[in-house]
Ligand binder design. Sequence first.
Ligand SMILES: [Zn+2]
Ligand SMILES: [Zn+2]
Length: 739
Amino acid sequence: MIARVALDLALRKEFDYAVPADLEGRLEVGARVKVPFGRREILGSVVALVESSPQTNLREIKAVVGRQAQLTASVLELARWMAGYYCCPLETALKSVLPEAVRQEQEGWRERLTVRVAAAQGEPPELTKRQREVLAILEEWRELPLQELLKLAETTADTVRRLEDKGLVAIRSEVSERDPYGDETFVATQPLALNPEQSAALGAVVGALDGGAGPSVFLLHGVTGSGKTEVYLQALAHALAQGRGAIVLVPEISLTPQTVERFKSRFQHGANRTMVAVLHSHLSAGERHDEWQKIRQGRARIVIGARSAVFAPVERLGLIVVDEEHEASYKQGEAPRYHARDVAVVRAAREGAVVVLGSATPSMESYHHARSGKYRLLELPHRADAAKLPVVRVVDMRTEARKQKGPPVFSHLLHEAILQRLERREQTMLFLNRRGYSTSLQCPLCGYVAGCPNCSVSLTYHRQRQRLCCHVCGHEEAVPSECPDPKCRNPGIRYAGLGTERLEEALARQFAKARVARMDSDTLQRKSDYRRVLTDFRSGRIDILVGTQMIAKGLHFPNVTLVGIVYADLGLHLPDFRAGERTFQLLTQVSGRAGRGDIEGEVIVQAFTPFHPAIQYARRHDYLGFYDQEIEFRQALGYPPFARVALVTLRGRNEEKVQFSADHVRKELERVLVGFRDLIIAGPGPAPLARAETFYRYQVMLRTRAMSRLASMLDPWVQGLTLPEDIRLSLDIDPVDLL
Ligand SMILES: [Zn+2]
Ligand SMILES: [Zn+2]
């Protein structure tokens, strides 16, 4: 028997190894193995077992890592699909589907193997002297931990395994598990009564789980607070009752203790201590290992996690839920550049599972699929608790700037509204998607702007730390006391633009008595900071919470009656065709934080382009209106969902060389893809972020409706392409970020 192995090196090549006699019949496809490679020993995954090999002089597998094949057949196939579609080596795709802690197996199990005498039947087999000794010791003790037995008998595990093979002893593993939620108790919850819309949505999903006809991908479009989660929970219960497993994907940022608790409380109580496994980036390597193994062994049947949980080794998969399906964080930024939502749809189709994509603001792609019948649309247009959607008012900051002689932090309207909430002892959330104090340091005399020496962006002033920082590469420098231009030396150099730090300061100045807290990646260094601020806010020890997109999602505070969006057009004018969609989504999400209790909420949106459709439709809670006008623009320009995009980016330190290489790439693409119908090639041109981390960046964009076919041609082309040594090329299929 021969094992075909993909090594943990991105060589784009599988190697054959002989299976040693003692592994014959035991080695499974998907197992992790240690193999000799050159003079080294490295790890790899068995991707096939074959009878013969074109290679000669096969070397032997050294060892199997772990007790069970880590890759299930279906996940292995999914990795193969991913390597093909996203144009990356299989090895790279395999790296994504297994957590590092499992791949390396260094964390190991906190496992204790115990050995006991087994009731042998029939003629006693022949034993070696050593084996008889081990058996004698064990008969005396009846049962011993393996490690102790080995010490007592002065022998190796192999001897004991031989006895196991002969049926004379039994080895059992006792696992002491690391459980990240081990300290918490979950109060069991019962299914809630559903309103008619929720019932209809659940009925459709249950029908598909029961094998009904029609598309098995659902788009659950529900306004914020419409009770989507309860629909997920009851659909999950149905899948479990069928004996099937499920995966729930949640954006990392929304994977709060609150969220996990909702799922654990429903499904994990009594004897089901391991029913729900959680996978996210805050777990220690050991916790991640154990959570993953719970799934692999079938003890956890529901997995809740961020992006990579889509690869969880759930068998008999019945349902995948992708909550907040429009979130850009489902896309991985490095190879393999997969999109977890799209992978979920592919995986479910292969395994006969049902998918529910949920969102208050579905992506243009998903809604388009729902309209065209590829997905089934389910709608929850009302809030579950019958509370009204908040009133949204848009303030024209251009007029405000004229009235107040310069753009103020707070418009008159927002200022009054905050005062009112303080008097009524209600809470306010202020949203500004930019951390730091100011956007830039500018000289009003000569026009100098402090820029990053490595990137084509201006530096942000951080007042607390008294530093200028680059948010792209992390470069930091001291704050100059005068304009650094030797011909100017103006001491009146000024900060322009507004960040959360300055917003917090302005609040302290204008509302001296208010208790203010700020939440952004500068103030939250530890996981516990996040919990502490939220607990303080919930218990009313904070009046005003200031934050970046961290506060935009999934948080429910009944006493918040005012949400202020301080600078709504911040992301609106980025050179990306999704800028409008993103702004609409963000405004809708943030607005959803207001008025979830008995009191109606109010949202005040400050904008310099108040009549932009993204802002106006968000004001009216009109998703469909936004969709209809946006889809027209996408169709006219041939952007997704009417075509798919492949983005080629070239990077290098020498701008001329990068530009030259980009020209070369364009010509090569035209040559290779000649006759490929339905293709638009645009560029090359400098990327919107033209320089990052000292690298100049140029892009070529391809658009087609036949992406699978295009990807299958691009992959070998990239492999064969020769570029100057210091020029790097990356290929992103279905990019979500064009910067
Ligand atoms: Zn100057
Ligand atoms: Zn930089």
